[in-house]
Design a protein around this ligand. Structure first.
Ligand SMILES: Cc1cc2nc3c(=O)[nH]c(=O)nc-3n(C[C@H](O)[C@H](O)[C@H](O)COP(=O)(O)O)c2cc1C
Ligand code: SF4
Length: 683
């Protein structure tokens, strides 16, 4: 099919024809097993290859050396066993028409000595990296020779596995630790002038080329401007770009801008929701214009229009839509089918990336099939038997249940007590920085509407109302309500973070916010309070601040809250609140014992998760055929729930009852959506 769409034009990268201009840049989802890309890893990439991308840059920071141990679960490219696994992945993606490359690296100081084999961390200086905190050994001549050889060994393994190409990582890792004056304190020949600082990279490239020849595509993904005082400048970045091209050993440049040694730096380089879209695209375009060389780029290009603009204006040759493909692996297929409106939007929540830095694997906040392709397909299977499904609650869990049930062909009716859909997500999206979250709701509403789901808003139903509709299945997704009864005394003197977020209670002037959930609600309420001009102290009994928010998501909050002079107090627990005239006396203790402090404030805000809103569920439970029970073994195995035949009242219509999301217990948006997807996929 011929098309004028710039995104769908092929790109010729030397001998390699890429079928369109859309790629996923390398991103380690931490799915490796024993450092190897096994079935789960393969299924993840195959889903995107099937979805139409031209190129998948696999792994992310695949380790070339033993003294570059991953801090999360990356591929170990120094193992010979990697070859057959990579080959299976490559062959499977090739079958679907996608090219496959891999990113290789030595992390230098961006790792820890207490990982892997407990080898010392190396770098061209002793300066530690803030994010990983290891004090490196200053690299020696025998390290250089060893690591250069290990890069070539890894490249040879990837060639043996049939990859179309490799990419060397040079931002925050060993190669650019040589480039940056901030991290290179060597004397010549590897320190000092830019030529010397680039020598190690060129030595590596020379060794790689000597080993793999001219056939394998080789590129470099690098920072062309560290945006750090004393660091690599834009002028040097341009010079590096020219020198890489002039070396004749490189086939493409993959540009990033900034530094990743701190959480804040990483978040500016890979922006999240609330931050500007495509912030480094014009900069990348300048490099492409200066070098006239194949150029790749990704950084918060989430929507097709921006991606199309990037290609149409010639700023890049290949555009990365990496997180966008974690949300929807079928973007290209939908563009081709003229179904762009069906693309599930990446809302920039960064749950995916933040999780891997906490040791988890990458999951998308609102596509629970991603990373679970082996047992949850992205395409929803039609139901063998059509049933009438009543969903109560139109938050993320209820809407996902409705969407999946409708897609399966069931008749679906949704009751929502509020006037609008969204539940807690609607509250979340009231903050400007998080308003993209409403995309989770809007997309589901649009999908449900085209599948004839019947919605009843402002419809507060009881058990009789539900049963009157003669459902075959009832799914209770009624969410939760703030849990504020958490103090020894004085609960009635407090308000909840939701009261502040919803605007139903205005902040006073001197506020104590007690956060025992460590989640977004606390920090969003804190922003409302601090922005009102109030003096604010956030107190948590945890030993780290806002643990459920995670590293990159914390950055925008800290930037605003620190600038508003908010006080952060960890390891202290609010115990009781006492009224004293027009003010409140807060009594504070600690889980460590032995302390008692006081705070005199005029408002206490509690953030302590939710309690399930479960009245309807318990009313329906005794009259349902399964008494609300879930067969966990079947749920996990992706099998249908059993049709238990507990007795029902004579004349009443038998129905199965399930509850999902926060109506069960306070969790998060991903958990709510996952509850719904895996249950309804097999109804
Ligand atoms: C889970 C995850 C892991 C990542 N790991 C790497 C990595 O190892 N190496 C790398 O160069 N980039 C990594 N990235 C960054 C992506 O390649 C990309 O630059 C970033 O996601 C911005 O592009 P996007 O807005 O299209 O997602 C990772 C991204 C994600 C989401
Ligand atoms: S978790 Fe958020 S940022 Fe990551 S892929 Fe999903 S929607 Fe996009």
């Amino acid at each position: 099919m011929s098309t004028n769409d710039p995104l769908l034009q092929p790109f010729q990268l030397r001998h390699l024809r890429l079928r369109n201009r859309v790629m996923t840049t390398s991103h380690e989802p931490a799915y490796a097993e024993d450092g190897l890309p096994k079935e789960r890893y393969r299924a993840y990439h195959v889903a995107r290859a099937r979805g139409g991308i031209a190129l998948t840059m696999t792994a992310g920071s695949a380790a070339v050396s033993r003294d570059s141990p991953p801090v999360f679960n990356n591929i170990l490219a120094y193992k010979d066993e990697v070859v057959p696994w990579m080959k299976d992945l490559v062959d499977a993606c090739h079958e679907h028409g996608a090219a496959v490359m891999i990113q290789l690296t030595h992390l230098g100081r961006r790792t820890r000595w207490d990982k892997g084999h407990w080898l010392p961390v190396v770098s061209p200086s002793h300066h530690k990296e803030a994010a990983h905190r290891a004090f490196p050994k200053k690299i020696e001549d025998w390290d250089l020779a060893r690591i250069i050889k290990e890069y070539a060994d890894a490249a040879e393994r990837m060639q043996a596995a049939g990859l179309d190409g490799i990419e060397l990582e040079a931002y925050g890792h060993l190669l650019d630790q040589f480039w940056s004056p901030l991290t290179n304190e060597l004397e010549g020949p590897y320190g000092g002038t830019l030529e010397n600082r680039m020598r190690f990279t060129l030595d590596v490239l020379r060794a790689v080329r000597a080993r793999v020849g001219a056939e394998l595509i080789v590129g470099v993904r690098y920072t062309a401007d560290e945006r750090l005082e004393g660091g690599l400048t834009k002028a040097e970045g341009f010079e590096i770009s020219r020198r890489l091209k002039a070396s004749g050993m490189v086939d493409f440049l993959n540009i990033v801008r900034g530094h990743i040694d701190t959480d804040a730096g990483l978040t500016d380089l890979i922006p999240i929701q609330g931050m500007p879209s495509a912030p480094h695209l014009d900069f990348t375009g300048e490099i492409r214009a200066a070098t006239q060389f194949p150029t790749f780029h990704a950084a918060r290009i989430q929507d097709v229009a921006t991606a199309r603009h990037a290609i149409a204006t010639g700023k890049v040759d290949m555009i990365g839509m990496t997180r966008a493909h974690m949300t929807d692996p079928d973007i290209v297929r939908k563009i081709i089918a003229k179904r762009e409106g069906d693309i599930r939007p990446c809302v920039g929540a960064n749950y995916c990336l933040d999780r891997i830095y906490q040791g988890g694997s990458a999951y998308c906040i609102h596509n629970a099939a991603t990373g679970r392709e082996l047992f949850i397909p992205h395409e929803i299977p039609p139901a063998a038997v059509k049933r009438r499904v009543v969903v109560v609650g139109a938050g993320p869990a209820g809407l996902e249940a409705a969407r999946v049930a409708a897609e399966r062909g069931h008749e679906v009716i949704v009751h929502e007590a509020a006037a609008d859909p969204g539940g807690q997500v609607r509250l979340t999206a009231r903050s400007r920085a998080r308003q993209e979250m409403i995309g989770i709701i809007d997309w589901r509403m649009a999908q449900c509407t085209t599948r004839n789901v019947k919605f009843h808003f402002e419809s507060y139903v009881d058990a009789e109302d539900v049963m009157a509709g003669r459902p075959d299945v009832v799914i209770v997704a009624t969410g939760g309500l703030p849990h504020t009864e958490v103090l020894k005394a004085g609960n009635d003197l407090t308000v909840s973070s939701w009261d502040i977020l919803s605007g139903s209670i205005q902040p006073r002037t001197n506020v104590l916010l007690f956060d025992d959930a460590g989640d977004h609600s606390a920090l969003q309420a804190a922003q409302v309070i601090a922005n009102s001009g109030a003096r604010l102290e956030i107190m948590t009994p945890d030993r780290s601040f806002a643990p459920e928010v995670m590293a990159m998501n914390l950055v925008p909050y800290m930037r605003s809250l620190q600038s508003l002079d908010v006080t952060f107090t960890v390891t202290f627990r609010l115990e009781q609140v006492i009224r004293e005239g027009s003010s409140l006396l807060a009594i504070v203790g600690s889980d460590y014992g032995g302390v008692r402090k006081e705070r005199r404030v005029d408002q206490v805000v509690i953030n302590h998760g939710t309690l399930p809103n479960d009245g309807l569920y318990f009313a329906l439970k005794p009259v349902s055929t399964n008494r609300g029970a879930v067969d966990y073994a079947r749920l996990i195995a992706g099998a249908q729930q059993p049709h238990d035949d507990n007795p029902v009242e004579v004349g009443s219509h038998p129905f199965q009852l399930f509850r999902i999301g926060d109506a069960v217990s306070a969790r998060n948006t991903h958990a709510a959506i996952y509850d719904a997807l895996r249950l309804v996929n097999d109804l």
